[in-house]
Design a binder for this molecule. Structure first.
Ligand SMILES: Cc1cc2nc3c(=O)[nH]c(=O)nc-3n(C[C@H](O)[C@H](O)[C@H](O)COP(=O)(O)OP(=O)(O)OC[C@H]3O[C@@H](n4cnc5c(N)ncnc54)[C@H](O)[C@@H]3O)c2cc1C
Length: 543
């Protein structure tokens, strides 16, 4: 169950998709049987966020600038925040800007890949239905065709972009159950506790502070200033659950899974404020739909929509490595990987849509600002499976999770395909290093060999699919040394975020999901809009 989806409703929507899956199962019962016993051999590839180029930020062994480019506004970082800022500039009629992106493709943590069979997400893979009062997001989804029209003032979503059924399943006690909240084989006490937990979340979801605002809302800056729940940021999610006298192992395991999935950190480390935010900030129950928005390429689809109107302004494989004020301008040195030369951009305003650990390298003396930020390392693995892969008599769902597993399960990338059911499957497996010691985990991730990755992935997936190894055709691992920002205890209301978001001289502005503390599409989208509006306001004041 992805956040915001209500616990009780387990009704299955019947979709063309699920019918076609069943039809194929009926037609080819002999083909989808146990996997063959053959010599295990597959194509293996490791990629990742541009680790090598990124690490040159430490050494800065770049050539001297050989070209100067003047531009009124420069955006550093082509992730969702940077792209959303650019979209907002264009919407307001401002076109004089460039975006620098160090990777070959835009999107950052929402970028995607593609192989012969399917597109697939490299990281971000879904968007929950927007909060009904999130006018800007709703307007973007309408302009992108995700929302088709409105009925009774509520958006109506394109059925093909809503996750087809079956959406989620959990492998627990040697069987698949529908949905991710553990139910199969739970004791009566455990089931009661789980129900109580969700009722409590329902109450908090609707609660407003003395200023009339929700305590938990998206975007975060809309949350109430009322301090009633702030104390939750000083304890871990686990402590809060224990304080509420929860005992159910299944409930602890489920909440732990949710926190690892959304924050990289588990309940032993994550702030209880962030943990409760996960369950209460979304007010999308009004849609009466237990679904999320998803695409084969994950949020890569939203990246495409965001960047539609300014593609020519994006400079890929350009790494900004030095930013400084010179008189009333900002000089940005940038290494162009394609032309192997350094360009000096001279801008009136600069938006740093980059994470704070990167900003520490861009500016002299800024390292201290990134100190309070933690980013859990991740890897994803896109696996192509041959026709022998057996989804175990329970239809493959979009999201497939194994109870108590070290990983976070896998997403079936062809799930949204309306074409004929394909026999070879492409799935993306997710793994976060959820310990609080992120530096240690990062070292571990970078040291992992092909054998280490294969062992981790196969041991984990074999719990639910004992024959999976013999069905693998290829594995593509994507390493993310600094995944999303992970809100540990004290982070949400601590000084680190406040200090790091202060603009410099009214011409350098900072925006990134790490400044929200919660790394989700909506926060990046709103960070981008807010920073662009600030830049435009300053621009008006200047002229
Ligand atoms: C494994 C994983 C799964 C996720 N799943 C979801 C999900 O399903 N749904 C969801 O809503 N969110 C998900 N997220 C959260 C995701 O991070 C956000 O939704 C969003 O993509 C963050 O956007 P951003 O622009 O703030 O940051 P980033 O994605 O970090 O973008 C920063 C950009 O700046 C570029 N950059 C960095 N340094 C430089 C430099 N020096 N010069 C030029 N460019 C530079 C980077 O390459 C990158 O493109 C996931 C995150 C991870 C790690």
């Amino acid at each position: 169950m992805k956040n915001g989806v209500s616990y009780n409703s387990f009704t299955r929507r019947t979709f063309l998709k699920s019918l076609s899956v069943l039809a194929v199962f009926a037609l080819v019962p002999t083909v989808i049987t146990a996997c063959k016993n053959e010599v295990l051999k597959w194509i293996f590839k490791v990629t990742g966020a541009n680790h090598i180029l990124g690490h040159r930020l430490w050494t800065k062994d770049f050539p001297k600038p050989s070209e100067t480019v003047n531009v009124p506004v420069l955006i550093i970082g082509g992730g969702v925040t940077g792209l959303s800022a650019a979209r907002q500039l264009v919407k307001k009629g401002f076109q004089d800007f460039f975006i620098l992106e160090l990777e070959k493709k835009i999107g950052g943590n929402s970028a995607h890949g593609e192989n012969k069979l399917s597109k697939f997400p490299l990281a971000a893979h879904y968007l929950p239905l927007p909060n009904p009062d999130d006018v800007e997001l709703i307007s973007f989804l309408k302009e992108s065709g995700v929302i088709t029209h409105f009925e009774n003032d509520l958006p109506v979503f394109d059925e093909e972009q809503l996750c087809f059924q079956p959406q989620e399943r959990l492998f627990i006690r040697n069987a698949w159950q529908e949905g991710l909240v553990p139910k199969y084989g739970n004791s009566v006490e455990s089931a009661k506790e789980t129900e109580h937990f969700f009722k409590l979340m329902e109450v908090i979801r609707g609660e407003k502070g003395s200023d009339g605002k929700y305590f938990f809302d998206i975007p975060l800056r809309q949350c109430s200033d009322d301090a009633k729940y702030r104390y939750l940021d000083s304890i871990t999610m686990k402590k809060w659950m224990l304080d509420q006298s929860f005992q159910s192992e299944e409930l602890f395991e489920y909440v732990n899974y949710c926190c690892r999935d959304d924050f990289g950190f588990g309940i032993e480390t994550v702030s209880a404020w962030a943990g409760i935010f996960y369950f209460t900030a979304r007010k999308n129950q009004v849609y009466q739909k237990d679904v999320v928005l998803t695409w084969p390429e994950g949020n890569g689809r939203l990246v495409k929509h965001l960047s539609e109107s300014f593609k020519e302004k994006i400079k890929k494989q350009q790494i900004a490595f030095d930013v400084k004020h010179v008189n009333n301008t900002v000089e940005v040195l940038c290494f162009d990987e394609i032309q192997n030369k350094t360009i000096k951009y001279v801008a009136k305003k600069v938006i740093c849509a980059t994470p704070q650990y990167v900003n520490g390298y861009l500016f002299t003396g800024r390292g201290k600002f990134g100190k309070g930020f933690q980013y859990a390392p991740w890897f994803t693995a896109t696996i192509t499976l041959d026709y022998n892969f057996n989804p175990d008599n329970h239809p493959l769902s979009w999201d497939n999770v194994i109870y108590k597993s070290e990983g976070l399960g896998y997403v079936y990338n062809q799930h949204q395909s309306l074409g004929q059911e394909v026999m070879m499957k492409v799935i993306t497996y997710y793994y976060s290093f959820s310990s609080g010691d992120t530096a240690k985990s990062r070292k571990l991730l970078y040291k992992m060999s092909q054998h280490d990755f294969e062992k981790k992935i196969i041991e984990d997936l074999s719990i639910a699919h004992p024959d999976i190894a013999s069905c693998i055709k290829s594995v593509e691992v994507y390493k993310i040394g600094h995944g999303m920002v992970s809100p540990g205890v004290g982070f949400m209301f601590g000084k680190a975020k406040i200090n790091a978001q202060e603009s410099l001289n009214n011409n350098v502005f900072f925006a990134h999901t790490d400044l929200s503390g919660i790394s989700i599409f909506e926060e990046a989208f709103h960070q981008g809009i807010a920073v662009a509006n600030r830049v435009l306001n300053e621009e008006v004041l200047d002229s």
